[in-house]
Design a protein around this ligand. Structure first.
Ligand SMILES: *Cc1c(COP(=O)(O)O)cnc(C)c1O
Length: 352
């Protein structure tokens, strides 16, 4: 006998991406490039002067101001947390719960459903249309049927890589009582962003992270750009002093190296295009990606078996083949030129 957790958590597995030993790790969409060494030097020196006996700046003011400058928005529209997953959790704590109803377009990032469950928020999966895109024509009817007060849209979408058409967002945001959350974890890889649209809406939130393009997945830093009224509510549900001083400082300093970040992104976009060209020569179907990964489906091979054969060769990709709507699909993260070549070489051999 042991104490019983809250109902609704019982059947649920939590997040898992296989963590197995591999030389070429192309499974979790991290950047293959570390942050600049001079950034880390500058930060580690400054950490020695932090007053760690004191609590951090509760509202992360200098960091919020720097993020606001980067996006050309006002600081009172910025909410900061420990990774964008915590931002999503804060949004669900504030706008979900048993009063709310969350929805998203499947297949998409699994954490919208997972965190909805954890926060006791009813969640409804809306089916994507053909090509796994959001079906703009069915959008209003689908949302009305779902009765969603809160809708998550990941664009570019994980795990498909597809960026949504801009009309989809204006349509989503047309009901002022519905909170629309656009997850742009991969936004920097895509030419389009909804950040400039936030100021024109009272119900639009864009979520971003330092985990992918800023090469800081290990540090857990994410943020939202939201209408000031919404940002204020998010600060209310955050634990006091939730973002520690050293993390605030590293994120703040990172924003001094925008051109380095843009160079890393440009290099990965180039690699992505190269990888897509090579994949097009193989017996598989792939989705057009605006992110740092590509979803593909071998035409004749069994994807689960292919995944295991790649692991045997020291190459780890993400196996989506057992997920509804993603039957027989694998997803590969764009890595360094060498890693991508190793992956493509092995894949070509296995599919031959
Ligand atoms: C990787 C990813 C995140 C990042 O989460 P963090 O908590 O910031 O590391 C958020 N959303 C999507 C869709 C992702 O793929």
């Amino acid at each position: 006998m042991s104490p019983k957790p809250r109902s609704g958590l019982g059947v649920f597995a939590g997040y898992h991406s296989a963590q197995v030993a591999a030389t070429v790790r192309l499974n979790t969409n991290e950047s293959p490039f570390p942050p600049p060494p001079y950034l880390l030097r500058r930060w580690s020196e400054a950490v020695q002067d932090l007053s760690l006996n004191r609590y951090p700046d509760r509202q992360a003011t200098p960091l919020r101001e720097a993020i606001a400058r980067f996006h050309q928005v006002e600081p009172d529209t910025v909410f900061v947390a420990n990774g964008s997953n915590e931002v999503i959790q804060s949004i669900l704590l504030a706008y979900g719960g048993s009063d709310g109803k969350a929805a998203s377009f499947e297949p998409t990032y699994a954490m919208y459903e997972t965190i909805s469950r954890v926060t006791a928020t009813p969640y409804l999966a809306i089916e994507r249309g053909p090509d796994l895109r959001i079906d703009a024509e069915r959008l209003e009817a689908d949302l009305a049927a779902a009765g969603a007060s809160l809708v998550f849209v990941c664009s570019p979408n994980n795990p498909t890589g597809v960026a949504e058409e801009m009309e989809v967002f204006s349509s989503l945001a047309s009901d002022p009582e519905r909170l629309v959350v656009v997850d742009e974890a991969y936004g920097q890889f895509s030419p389009q962003s909804m950040v400039p649209e936030v100021a024109a809406h009272s119900n639009l939130v864009v979520v971003r992270t330092f985990s992918k393009v800023w090469s800081l997945a290990g540090m857990r830093i994410g943020y939202a750009i939201a209408p000031p009224e919404v940002a204020e509510v998010l600060w209310k549900v955050a634990l006091p002093y939730h973002v520690d001083s050293s993390k605030q400082l590293l994120a703040l300093y990172s924003l001094d190296y925008v051109s380095e970040m843009e160079e890393r992104v440009a290099q990965l976009v180039l690699e992505r295009e190269r990888m897509a060209e090579q994949l097009a020569l193989l017996p598989l179907d792939q989705w057009p990606s605006a992110a740092n990964f590509i979803l593909f489906r071998p035409r004749h091979a069994d994807a689960g078996r292919l995944w295991a054969q790649l692991v045997e060769r020291g190459i780890l990709v993400r196996d989506w083949s057992k997920w509804p709507r993603l039957e027989n699909c694998l997803r590969v993260t764009v890595g360094t030129e060498w890693e991508n070549r190793a992956f493509l070489g092995a894949l070509e051999e296995l599919l031959a």
